[in-house]
Write a protein that binds this ligand. Structure first.
Ligand SMILES: Cc1ncc(COP(=O)(O)O)c(C=O)c1O
Length: 499
């Protein structure tokens, strides 16, 4: 049993076995990372022995420091191998039209995107107020990059039917201060592939870099194409594409902490680097944001790629594609639901029809049946929706989904939609983020069942309501700026030290 009073720093150190037992007990609070029933956050190939291999490789290199490649050539060798593999998967390397592709291994998609924006910004030092052109469907990490790097965003709306930006709108948004144009292959929310070739063409015509965010699906699209799916050109085979990001901790099935940022040539990558020698300590050269970096994730990714191999990824993508088809059929087969779009990658995204269930209630009903899906809020003319990231491990379970989905829809119908007090909804719709006081947040949180983790009346990991529909309904009623503020407040209520 976990003795909470002792906290993370007990007066006397505890036996290894006991401590590991505590970690395992805490892990029992989590959603299931394996087994194909969690449709977000995790990527499970369902390959026996892979976890053990990756964990052993991770442990081997956990204490190696990527800060200095001359001290730890093992890490440099593995990084270069990962970059080479990613380049090859994405249309670059020897014998291609992009033979000079180079890259870096980062900690994840967000870091890759921040660095793509940094390289673009610092590649144009003559521009005082740099701007980037970003379709509304692009990942939120571009907004984070813009925020961190003081770059302005020119947002391009997406068509509510195709869920893609119009190329003419992208072209019109490019101005003299634009340093980067962004597109997704595919987008996270809906899994659709932007018209990369056309967007890259207008960017190139304006002399502007074009980044393809393939963080999510960059490792599956080439295999889907080999399986005969109609995947449009999106990689370095497209002339105007200057950089691509792909996350190995997503569909390459490596443990968390690995993404690759590729540039078409070394000159494009150069402004990504940060070097500093004007201090009395060691001379510092950081290709990525972190300075000290564990070798663990890199070694684990290396082992994963080497073990699964090209044939392994082809087979895992085939299983994933088949699972997508089964899940999409399940959605089609239930009255009251409709696919937001026909799946073109590894996402199934659906919404409800006018006579359909409250989707947030449905998400809770599915969770009660062991299926963990991801609700997406109403946004800019798009209805609320449910997102399923489908991985290979879903395949053996996919056939079970249809019956549970139908049952969950029926249960959501019986439960009826979430009804929050009208004055609360009116407040969410009208309140300005600045007007949100600590007292108001506390009473909102209490009303929604959000307690304080580690507080006197919460168990370990407590503080979260069993049913999230009321929280999602409140957020859904608020405009994005207030959603952001509420999220910050709610999460800061959860992030409290436990002693
Ligand atoms: C398209 C896309 N880009 C970027 C990211 C950010 O990746 P990470 O969560 O690894 O920082 C994601 C994550 O889902 C994504 O789907």
């Amino acid at each position: 049993m976990i003795d909470e009073s002792m906290g993370a720093l007990p007066a006397r150190g505890l036996a290894a076995e006991r401590v590991l037992g505590e970690v395992r007990e805490l892990r029992g609070l989590d959603r299931p990372t394996h087994g194909g029933r969690l449709f977000a956050y995790v990527y499970d190939p369902g390959v026996a022995g892979l976890d053990e291999l990756a964990a052993a490789a991770y442990a081997e290199s956990a204490h190696v420091n990527g800060l200095d490649p001359t001290a730890f050539p093992s890490l440099l060798a593995m990084e270069n191998a990962l970059v080479g593999a990613a380049a090859r998967v994405l249309g670059g390397g020897p014998g291609t039209s992009a033979p000079e592709v180079v890259g870096s291994v980062t900690s994840g998609g967000t870091e890759s995107l921040i660095l793509a924006v940094k390289a673009a910004r610092d590649g144009r030092p003559e521009i005082d107020r740099p701007r980037i052109v970003v379709p509304a469907s692009a990942h939120a990490a571009f907004a984070k990059a813009a925020h961190y790097l003081r770059v302005e965003i020119d947002s391009v709306p997406i068509d509510p039917e195709t869920l893609r930006p119009a190329v003419a709108d992208v072209a019109a948004a490019i101005g003299p201060e634009t340093v980067l144009v962004v597109c997704s292959a595919p987008s996270y929310a809906h899994g659709v592939i932007d018209p990369v070739a056309q967007i890259a063409e207008v960017a190139a015509a304006a002399g502007v870099r074009c980044h393809v965010d393939a963080c999510f699906g960059g490792w599956t699209l080439p295999y889907l194409r080999r399986l005969g799916e109609p995947v449009p050109a999106f990689d370095f085979a497209v002339p105007g594409v200057t950089s691509i990001s792909v996350d190995l901790h997503k569909y390459a099935y490596a443990p968390k902490g690995v993404s690759v940022l590729l540039h078409r040539d070394p000159a494009l990558r150069a402004p990504q680097y940060f070097a500093y020698a004007d201090w009395p300590g060691y001379t510092m050269i950081n290709p990525v944001i972190s300075s000290t970096r564990s070798g663990g994730p890199i070694a684990a990714a290396y082992a994963t790629l080497r073990h699964l191999g090209d044939d392994g990824y082809l087979e895992l993508t085939r299983r994933t594609r088949d699972a997508v088809r089964v899940l999409a059929d399940a959605v089609r087969g239930v009255d009251g639901l409709r696919l937001i779009t026909e799946p073109e990658s590894t996402v199934v995204c659906f919404t409800s029809t006018d006579s359909g269930p409250d989707l947030f209630v449905l998400v809770d009903e599915l969770a009660a049946r062991g299926w963990h899906t991801q609700p997406q809020l109403t946004y800019a003319g798009l209805p609320r929706s449910v997102h399923l990231t489908v991985t290979a491990a879903v395949a053996p379970r996919a056939a079970e989904f249809a019956a549970d989905l139908a049952e969950a829809v029926a249960a959501a119908g019986v439960a009826g939609p979430v009804t929050l007090p009208p004055e609360l909804l009116a407040l969410a719709g009208a309140l300005s983020p600045e007007a949100l006081t600590a007292e108001l947040v506390a009473s909102l949180a209490a009303g929604l069942g959000l307690g304080t983790v580690g507080g006197p009346d919460s168990g370990a990991g407590g503080g979260l309501p069993e049913r999230m529909a009321p929280v999602n309904t409140l957020l859904d009623a608020a405009p994005p700026a207030l959603r952001e503020r509420l999220l910050v407040e709610f999460v800061s209520l959860l992030q409290r030290p436990s002693y």
